[in-house]
Design a protein around this ligand. Structure first.
Ligand code: NAD
Length: 492
């Protein structure tokens, strides 16, 4: 069993309690690593280290350019060790090696992009109308940032926060999911090697209800950047409200993929399969509601089933595997529960609909790729996030009905549109209430494009230039060269 250590104030150490918890390999169903189980004491140490690094340490004295160079250096080190980090992600998380080596290999781009932005953060000089006054704005780091991340893309969702926060000059305490803490602790070795001053980045590991909550309620944390589920997000928002902490929330989704009758069907089938079965459906952007024009419905479903049937399941390290295990045991049980709910609601299960017992799945937590047709938008399977390889298929008659159904959801993270008509592409992109709309593609993300949710899918945006604003405060400075004013009792 591999033992991981905490990284707090530049030191490698155990939790104060000396306690650990097990991390499981979802392919074998067996524990493979021991992770320190932190308590409030460790959280206090980590926040104090981040505060000192922010206000008294070397970090605040670095020029923005030097800060940016450190980010670039970290990017180079990640590029060097990408395969090693990807292997840990696969073991801890069950995601495919084929996907993870690309995903981890792509992470340095966030550090290069935001590293480059670090010395382009500028204030302004408003054209002040009051004579003999000068005003300017400064953009200052928001302070100590707590980044709390989920198990489905541990390093990627961390990078969405770490790169802009450090570029802005913040310091951080990172809390990974209790199910997938290993890769972030491993990443800290590269943070140390890159030469970040101590206390700039600190990691605490443990459970949401104790470590997570201690971090969110800590009075010395200024901002919380959270990716996770709706319930966690709601609790965090309530707790953050006590001190009016700054907050970004990246939450769940129930994204629609609309296939119009003029779409290139074979491309749309591949896009729809990728939307729901890639990463075993465990992505916030899963295209879990497939809306088909009634004239193409039957042909599309047939083609979809044909392709989904060929998906190879098994060892996520095998480059030929296309669907890996579900990351956690509770999530595996939850997906099976939703399959039962859909059957009881009267949806027709036309593929899968059970745990996978194929020999290549071993003892892992596998679910057969599952497709339900005859779903209506008021069924729970169409309204709630399943976070697994379970697709709901619905029919529509005309464009208005498609937009209405797609928007009739509490979520607003993403949507997909398949059409060969420019008019439809533009109209749909405007009409759909979602933070990202993909046309004739799906699951594309980049460090340059803002990402985030409308409605219950979140608050704020990550990635792209505007992400850095989430980690900055604007200060206005007034300087008068008028001497004293005549009447001190009126506004100047
Ligand atoms: P989760 O909400 O259970 O946990 C996320 C993190 O929050 C974990 O680190 C957990 O320990 C912590 N946490 C839980 N309760 C907390 C509390 N009260 N206070 C502080 N921290 C707390 O989510 P999960 O099950 O790990 O991840 C799956 C969810 O994440 C899905 O809903 C998915 O849609 C969402 N997600 C969203 C995005 C996005 O960008 N919108 C990306 C990935 C995942």
């Amino acid at each position: 069993m591999k033992r991981f250590q905490l990284f707090i104030n530049g030191d490698w150490r155990s939790a104060k309690s000396n306690e650990t918890f097990e991390s499981f390999n979802p392919y074998t169903g067996q524990p493979w690593a021991l992770i320190p189980r932190c308590s409030t004491e460790d959280v206090n140490d980590a926040v104090a280290a981040a505060r000192i690094a922010l206000e008294q340490g070397e970090w605040g004295g670095l020029s923005a350019t030097a800060r940016g160079r450190l980010l670039t250096k970290l990017g180079d080190l990640i590029a060097r060790d990408a395969d090693k980090l990807a292997e840990i992600e696969v073991r801890d998380n069950g995601k495919l090696w084929a996907e993870m080596r690309l995903q981890v290999g792509y992470l340095p781009q966030w550090l290069y992009y935001f590293g480059g932005l670090a010395d382009k953060i500028e204030g302004s000089v408003p054209p002040i109308e009051k004579p003999d006054n000068f005003a300017y704005t400064r953009r200052e780091p928001v302070g100590v940032v707590a980044a709390i991340t989920p198990w489905n893309s541990p390093l990627l969702t961390t990078m969405y926060k770490l790169a802009p926060a450090l570029a802005a000059g913040c310091t951080m305490v990172l809390k990974p999911s209790e199910f997938t803490s290993a890769s972030l602790l491993e990443l800290m070795k590269l943070v140390e090697e890159a030469g970040f001053p101590k206390g700039v980045l600190n990691v605490v590991t443990g459970f949401g209800a104790d470590v997570g909550e201690a971090l969110v309620t800590h009075p010395d944390v200024n901002k919380i950047a959270f990716t996770g589920g709706e319930n966690g997000g709601r609790l965090i928002a309530r707790n953050a409200a006590n001190d009016f902490k700054r907050l970004t929330l990246e939450l769940g989704g129930k994204s629609a993929q609309i296939v119009f009758d003029d779409a290139k069907l074979d491309d749309a089938v591949k896009g729809a399969v990728s939307g729901i079965f890639a990463a075993t459906g465990q992505t916030c952007i899963a295209g879990s509601r497939l809306m088909l024009h009634e004239s193409i419905h039957d042909e599309f479903v047939e083609k979809f089933i044909e392709l989904a049937r060929t998906a190879r399941m098994g060892d996520p390290m095998d480059t030929k595997t296309q669907i890996g295990p579900v990351t956690t045991r509770p999530q595996y049980e939850r997906i099976l529960e939703y399959i039962g709910i859909a059957k009881n609601e009267g949806a027709h299960c036309v593929l899968g609909g059970s745990a996978a017992t194929r020999s290549e799945c071993g003892e892992g937590w596998f679910i057969e790729p599952t497709i339900f047709t005859n779903v209506t938008n008021n069924m729970r399977i169409a309204r709630e996030e399943v976070f697994g390889p379970v697709l709901s298929v619905m029919k529509f008659n005309d464009d208005e009905e498609a937009y209405g159904m797609a928007n009739d959801t509490p979520f607003g993270l993403a949507a997909g549109v398949w059409t060969t008509s420019f008019a439809r592409a533009f109209t749909a992109s405007k009409r759909l209430r979602a933070g990202t709309v993909w046309v004739n593609t799906y699951r594309a993300v980049s460090y340059v494009t803002p990402f985030g949710g409308m409605k219950r899918s979140g608050i704020g945006r990550e990635n792209g230039k505007e992400a850095i604003d989430e980690y900055l405060e604007t200060k206005t400075v007034w300087i008068s060269y008028a001497g004293s004013t005549d009447n001190p009792f009126v506004m100047r």
